[in-house]
Design a protein around this ligand. Structure first.
Ligand SMILES: [Mg+2]
Length: 263
C-alpha cells in the first residue's frame, strides 16, 4: 500500500497478548469492545505468544475468562508453531525435547515420537523448561555433536514473571550451543518469519492485508516488517513512544492502546 492505510482497512489482525491485550491478569481498558467491533466487521483475528509453557487451549480460556471471545484455533504460540514447522520440515522425526509437558503433549498429539534419551533421536527441540538440568544438557549436547539438528521454540533469554524475570529458552539455547559447539538451525518463535508464515497460511491472507499489533519493537514489530505486514506498536507494554520513534524501522502506527483500533 502506498498511502498510509487506516486502522480498520485490514482483513486480518494478529495480536500479541501480554502488554498488548492484557497486563498480567488484567484486560487493558477498551480492548474488549475493540475486539468485538473487529468481529462485527468480520475481520479475522489471531492471538500470538512466544511463550511455549501454555497450550492454545489455556490462552483461549484465559481470554474468555477476561470476557473476550477467543477460540483455540485462533491462538498461535511458539509450541504450536514449532509443531507445525516440524510436521512440514521433519515429518516422522524422533524427537529429543528439552521442554515442558504442554509442548511434549502437543508434539505427541501431532504424531511425533518423543524419546527419553537422545541416542535414538533425529532432532533436538529446545524450549523453555523449568526442569532443565545437567542430564538434559548432556543429552542435547551428545546429539548435537553427532550432527543431529537443533531447533528451538523461542529466542527470549528471560521471561517476565510477577516480581522479576526467570531464565527462558534463549538461556537453554546458549548452554547447549556452548557445550556442543553447534548452532541452533532455526528458532521458530518471534521475531522469526516462520511464525508469521504459519499464521498467514492459517489466515489465508497476503501479508499486506494483515495488521500486526504488539508492544515490542525487537520482536513484534521486527517480525511484522520482515513479513511485509503493516504494524501497530502499542504503548501499554514495554516500549515508550520515544523508543518507537527512534527505531530504525518505525512501525506503521504508534497507538496509546490497542483499543484505538476500534475507534
Ligand atoms: Mg507483549
Amino acid at each position: 500500500m502506498s498511502a498510509k492505510p487506516s486502522l480498520l482497512d485490514f482483513s486480518g489482525y494478529v495480536f500479541d497478548l501480554d502488554g498488548t491485550l492484557y497486563l498480567g491478569p488484567n484486560l487493558i481498558e477498551g480492548v474488549g469492545p475493540m475486539l468485538a467491533r473487529l468481529r462485527a466487521l468480520e475481520k479475522k483475528i489471531r492471538f500470538l505468544s512466544n511463550n511455549p509453557l501454555q497450550t492454545r487451549f489455556t490462552y483461549a480460556a484465559k481470554l474468555r475468562s477476561l470476557g473476550v471471545e477467543a477460540h483455540e484455533a485462533e491462538v498461535m504460540n511458539s509450541s504450536a508453531v514449532a509443531t507445525q514447522y516440524l510436521l512440514e520440515r521433519f515429518p516422522g522425526a524422533k524427537l529429543y525435547v528439552v521442554g515442558e509437558a504442554p509442548l511434549i503433549g502437543e508434539l505427541v498429539e501431532a504424531g511425533f515420537q518423543v524419546v527419553d534419551g537422545s541416542a535414538e533421536c533425529d532432532l533436538v527441540l529446545l524450549s523453555f523448561d523449568r526442569d532443565f538440568h545437567y542430564v538434559k544438557l548432556h543429552q542435547a549436547m551428545a546429539a548435537a555433536r553427532r550432527g543431529v539438528p537443533l531447533i528451538a521454540t523461542n529466542p527470549d533469554v528471560a521471561c517476565p514473571v510477577p516480581g522479576g524475570v526467570i531464565p527462558d529458552c534463549g538461556a537453554i539455547i546458549a548452554a547447549v550451543e556452548a557445550c556442543s559447539g553447534k548452532k541452533v538451525e532455526a528458532i521458530v518463535g518471534k521475531p522469526s518469519e516462520i511464525m508469521l508464515r504459519v499464521i498467514l497460511r492459517d489466515l489465508g491472507l497476503p501479508p499486506d492485508r494483515v495488521l500486526l499489533v504488539g508492544d515490542r519493537l525487537e520482536t513484534d514489530m521486527e517480525m511484522g516488517r520482515r513479513a511485509g505486514m503493516s504494524s501497530a506498536l502499542v504503548l501499554t507494554g514495554v516500549t515508550t513512544e520515544a523508543e518507537a520513534r527512534a527505531w530504525p524501522h518505525p512501525p506503521t502506527f504508534i497507538l496509546a492502546s490497542a483499543s484505538e483500533i476500534g475507534n
